[in-house]
Each structure stands twice: as C-alpha cells, then as structure tokens.
Design a protein around this ligand. Structure first.
Ligand code: SF4
Ligand SMILES: [Zn+2]
Length: 123
C-alpha cells in the first residue's frame, strides 16, 4: 500500500484515502476516490502556479485564491511537456532538411539500387 503524509496533521496515511482518518481533512474530490484534491502550501495559493490561471481559462469562483482545487495543473510540469513536444518536433524538421540537402545523393543511391535489381533479374 502506498502511503503519503497528511498535509494537515502529517500522519502516514493511505495515498488512496478520500479523507485523513486522523484529522478528517478531505484529500480527494468529494465522492471521487480517483481524483486527487490538490492543496496549496501554507502561504501560497494554488492558482499562482496553475496553467489555467496563467492562460486565463479558469472560471472557478475560488480563483485566484484557491487553497484546494481538483482541476489544478502545475504550470512547471506542463511547460516541461511542451518543451519535450518541441524537441521531438525539431527532430522531425532536422530530418526533413537533411533529406532536402542530400537529395542528389539519395537519388544516385536509388538509381544504383534499380540498376542492381535489373542486373540481378537478368543474370
Ligand atoms: S483551476 Fe483551480 S488552481 Fe487553477 S486557477 Fe482555477 S481555481 Fe486556481
Ligand atoms: Zn490528517
């Protein structure tokens, strides 16, 4: 069983628990054990680090002072995803420019292959 410590009383509890059995702090969205309820640290608000606050798409009344939220998405993590996406995209473009630059070489290779195939089939 995976455990975590309660954000309120710091007791070790089951990571799937809906509420802390010691202090009764709610840990998951109400009635949805699969959906984590994100909680802000003491002097912070979740919105400060949330993607939906940054791109202004959140319509929650709690914003911008949400202390807990089920929709919160860490902006640092989504930036990381974006970077990875851009990196994989740039690999595709490098491959394409390489092919463009070496078109003649590829053409010659293709011709050689055809000649080879003809030579094989006639012998
Ligand atoms: S989704 Fe939640 S954490 Fe994010 S901006 Fe809206 S209220 Fe704040
Ligand atoms: Zn607790």
């Amino acid at each position: 069983m995976a455990t975590l410590s309660c954000p309120h009383c710091h007791q070790k509890i089951d990571s799937q628990a809906i509420a802390c059995p010691y202090c009764r702090t709610q840990l998951k969205a109400y009635g949805h054990p699969g959906i984590p309820l994100h909680r802000a640290k003491k002097d912070e608000y979740l919105c400060d680090r949330c993607t939906y606050h940054a791109d202004d798409t959140c319509t929650f009344p709690k914003r911008p002072y949400a202390k807990d939220c089920t929709l919160y998405q860490n902006i640092e993590e989504s930036k990381l995803d974006l970077q990875q996406l851009q990196q994989s995209k740039s690999f595709g473009t490098t491959l394409r420019t390489w092919i463009k630059r070496n078109q003649t070489l590829l053409l010659i290779l293709a011709l050689l292959l055809v000649c080879f195939a003809i030579a094989l089939s006639t012998s």
